[in-house]
Design a protein around this ligand. Structure first.
Ligand code: PSV
Ligand code: MN
Ligand code: MN
Length: 386
């Protein structure tokens, strides 16, 4: 196999998971701009996701958020996904939208609220059992707003207790993925604010607990690729939530704000042997002002482009320059790959896989956008949080 064949083979097997909530309406705390044709239920979200997969060939799984994607029969939903050529992926828990969670969920000072949150996490594992999903992703909005509001150390004990109960409930091939976030909605202390805290909890829990890196959840200027390299080295990187940001947790399209950062992250993934199905490459985005399905297609393509560039890095030349201490040459090797226009290569890869070379154009030609606007009238449109 030539080197280029190996790059193509890796690109052909790459999978990006799309989130059900990105297909629904979303907005900021100021306004939700409703769009026409938006799904009214989880099945319609899957139908839209199937279009993303149809035209990219790279988005075979869809993540659910419970209770946003509540249905009576999860096994039937999984079967419907299969009929569309999809699989249900990560189950995302939601312990942040009930009134009870004002002071936190599993870290709340009141044991009754902690129990309620834990029961929800158990219910999410029940959903996984029904859908065949492998991963439970836990992001906790827990934290405090004022110094002294609660005992931040005791909150860690409550957190450890809950995570351990969830961990014990997992089946042999299920995983607990713990997602950290620096701040928001809590503004003084967050109970899982960074990769170190997530890593410490996951290490104590065991092999089935791994860390999620959401690219929008760090302080400005954080070297995310270093975190990726470290977690991969420790065997503790479980998943990504890709999105991009200019300021905080902006949830813009992956690769839109800083494509160079996405390339640097994907380079560390490739370098660390992380381009495997053991790591879930998910998007966690909201499309507030742009059309949702094409935005998701564009995001998948942005991840593919960053990956292609990362795969094209001449690793031997890079290692030689690094070993000889040639700073400029080493940097040039990396930049040569980043500055390569990989769009023709990806078009070729798609054509070799029986797809159209340009997923955006293929989607536009398909007429799906017009069809959903005409057909999805009446009923409540689904949205972030509904
Ligand atoms: C929190 O900001 C987060 O990134 C978590 O992954 C949530 O589950 C998700 O956003 C909801 O969009
Ligand atoms: Mn996230
Ligand atoms: Mn987020």
């Amino acid at each position: 196999m030539t080197e280029l064949d190996a790059v193509k083979a890796a690109l052909k097997t790459q999978a990006v998971e799309t989130p059900s909530w990105a297909y629904g309406n979303s907005g900021t705390r100021f306004k939700v701009f409703a769009q026409q044709g938006v799904p009214r239920d989880p099945r319609e979200k899957l139908a839209d996701a199937a279009k993303v997969h149809e035209f990219t060939g790279a988005a075979p799984t869809v993540a659910l958020h419970i209770p946003w994607d509540t249905v009576d029969d999860y096994a039937a939903l999984a079967k419907y996904a299969e009929e569309l050529g999809l699989r249900l992926g990560t189950i995302n828990s939601n312990t942040f939208q009930d009134d009870a969670y004002k002071l936190g969920s599993v870290c709340h000072p009141d044991a009754a609220v902690r129990r309620k949150a834990l029961d929800h996490l158990f219910a999410c594992v029940d959903v996984m059992d029904a859908t065949g999903s492998k991963d439970l992703k836990v992001w906790l909005a827990d934290g405090t707003n004022y110094p002294g509001q609660d005992d931040i150390r005791e909150r860690q004990d409550r957190l450890a207790e809950a995570l351990s109960a969830v961990y014990d409930r997992l089946g042999d091939d299920q995983r607990l993925l713990l997602e950290y976030k620096l701040f928001e909605p809590a503004f003084y202390s967050t109970d899982v604010p960074d990769w170190g805290t997530a890593y410490a909890h996951c290490l104590k829990l065991g092999d089935k607990a791994q860390v999620v890196v959401d690219t929008g959840h760090h302080a400005p200027g954080t070297n995310i690729e270093f975190i990726v390299a470290t977690l991969l080295r420790e065997g503790k990187l479980g998943a990504f939530d890709f999105n991009s940001r200019f300021y905080a947790d902006d949830d813009l399209m992956a690769g839109a704000a800083d494509p160079f950062q996405l390339f640097r992250i994907m380079y560390e993934v490739v370098r660390g042997g992380g381009l495997t199905p053991d790591i879930a490459f998910m998007l966690d985005q909201c499309h507030n002002i742009e059309a949702k399905i094409p935005a998701i297609i564009r995001s998948v393509m942005n991840v593919q482009e960053a990956t292609a560039k990362a795969l094209l890095v001449d690793r031997d030349a890079l290692a030689a320059a690094q070993r000889s201490g040639d700073v400029l040459d080493a940097n040039a090797v990396l930049m040569d790959a980043y500055n390569t226009d990989v769009r023709p290569l990806l078009a070729e890869v798609r054509e070799e896989s029986g797809l159209g070379p340009d997923p955006m154009a293929a989607y536009r030609r398909s007429g799906w956008a017009e069809r959903i606007v005409a057909e999805r009238v009446g009923g409540e449109q689904a949205g972030w949080g509904a």
